[in-house]
Design a protein around this ligand. Structure first.
Ligand code: HEC
Length: 135
């Protein structure tokens, strides 16, 4: 009996979290122009663009971004944890490939936005071009 209770408790706690997450993803698709573009422009375009193409990676257009960098594609639609563009955000700053290469990581919320965008298929509307921050 007590073991049953234990299992029921664990399931009871885990299920709602699961359902909530799915509901949020389903009802709240990430809008590239509104949510992803500003994060990439503010944090990444400075070094990954036509003039400064660090590591061969240019994020100005969809075609360039999907082509990836010197190690190949960095976005695997549907699979954030196989996407270098997302994985480099999670590296500790003792790692030279942690991005952005400043001591501060992206905000959790922005990391999550990039994660969900890739998970949902990395939609990038035709013709939308990213621009480096103006200085
Ligand atoms: C200040 C410049 C700078 C900024 C800002 C920057 N990067 Fe980088 N990025 C680099 C450099 C330099 C490398 C090469 C690092 C190395 O291998 O030593 C690199 C490498 C990468 C790579 C690996 C590419 C490959 O094919 O090996 C990815 C992915 C990447 N950056 C993504 C990002 C993302 C995403 C952001 C924004 C969150 C970002 N970068 C911001 C300079 C920058």
């Amino acid at each position: 009996m007590s073991r049953f209770c234990c299992i029921a408790l664990v399931l009871g706690a885990a299920l709602p979290a699961c359902v909530m997450k799915l509901t949020r993803l389903k009802n709240d698709p990430v809008d590239f122009v509104r949510s992803v573009k500003p994060v990439l422009e503010a944090n990444c375009l400075e070094c990954h663009q036509d003039r400064y193409e660090f590591a061969g990676l240019n994020l100005e257009t969809k075609e360039q971004a999907m082509k990836g960098g010197r190690s190949g594609p960095v976005i695997v639609p549907g699979a954030p944890h196989q996407s270098r563009l997302y994985k480099v955000l999670l590296l500790g700053h003792d790692n030279p490939v942690a991005m952005p290469p400043t001591p501060e990581r992206l905000d959790r919320e922005n990391e999550q936005t990039l994660h969900d965008w890739i998970l949902q298929g990395a939609q990038w509307p035709e013709g939308v071009r990213l621009a480096p921050p103006q200085d």
